[in-house]
Design a protein around this ligand. Sequence first.
Ligand SMILES: Nc1nc2c(ncn2[C@@H]2O[C@H](COP(=O)(O)OP(=O)(O)O)[C@@H](O)[C@H]2O)c(=O)[nH]1
Ligand SMILES: [Mg+2]
Length: 332
Amino acid sequence: MSFFKRLKESIASKTEAVTNKFKDGLAKTRDAFVGQVTDLFTRRKKIDEAFFEELEEILIGADVGVNTVMELIEDLRDEVKKRRIEQPSELQPILSEKLVGLLTDSGESAQLKMNPNGITVILFVGVNGVGKTTTIGKLAHRFKQEGKTVLLAAGDTFRAGAIEQLQVWGERVGVEVISQQAGSDPAAVMYDAVQAAKQRGVDVLLCDTAGRLQNKANLMEELSKIYRVIQREIPSAPHETLLVLDAATGQNALQQAKLFGEKSGVSGLVLTKLDGTAKGGIVIAIRREMSLPVKFVGLGEKMDDLQQFDAEQFVHALFAGLAEEQPTGEEQ
Ligand SMILES: Nc1nc2c(ncn2[C@@H]2O[C@H](COP(=O)(O)OP(=O)(O)O)[C@@H](O)[C@H]2O)c(=O)[nH]1
Ligand SMILES: [Mg+2]
């Protein structure tokens, strides 16, 4: 086989693998969403009020968010008029196109901002149980695969279990974890971790934090102290502050995004547990209502179940199978 053919095949198989990851992870959303959309687009023979009402319900049911759905429906109505569309099936590609548009319109990239000359520090924030520690483990694995050296900081000192959990990930991935005992000051852990990162000359420092929401004022105070300590040691850091949100909590995730986003210098979002929900439309609602880029999505509990967010692949995976599932009109 020629070099170019091999290269082409390897690129194709990589793209395929990424698309398949999205496809698998979005299976629940797709099954619910595509099932209903397919049914709607095939059952209804013309585009009328009833058609739009039903589409509206499906989109709201997938947690796309009421405001966004209203805008989307208005847009589709305009397109129908402008392009003189009559068949529902002609509208489906336009719907996908609009969804991609909603996810990409601000033009920010899902690329992480890396420090070009030194340690890149990434801080993870978010309420308990959303998947911060797991995401850190997955991302550490990702960086290691890229040949980067990584250090983890166990900044969730609130529970002993949280420190151990990060250590388990550290062992699994093969990266060192800087920790102190449970109950110690998280800012002190961060100080230690930055010193250790400097001494070892690592490329990336990933910092875990606690997320007790019941004490919001304290939590914000704690986060800004961590922020200051890191910044004092590395003035350009943290290079990213990623807010982790559990997609399965739907509109709740959006509320958390608003709550954190305003205060803690968040630079990007991670949406976890998309594999466990039929309401993956929340990605669109969050993308639409927050001016923050979605950097990664979590599609499972394993080490490689983290994908860099890609709007086109996301929508493509959402609609994957739609074309095949549409009856051709021939009897089987
Ligand atoms: N299915 C699924 N589970 C996840 C994902 N991310 C995290 N989890 C699970 O969610 C639970 C809470 O995660 P954890 O990282 O401890 O959350 P933290 O409290 O924010 O640090 C754990 O059981 C994880 O395995 C994901 O993308 N998909
Ligand atoms: Mg944790």
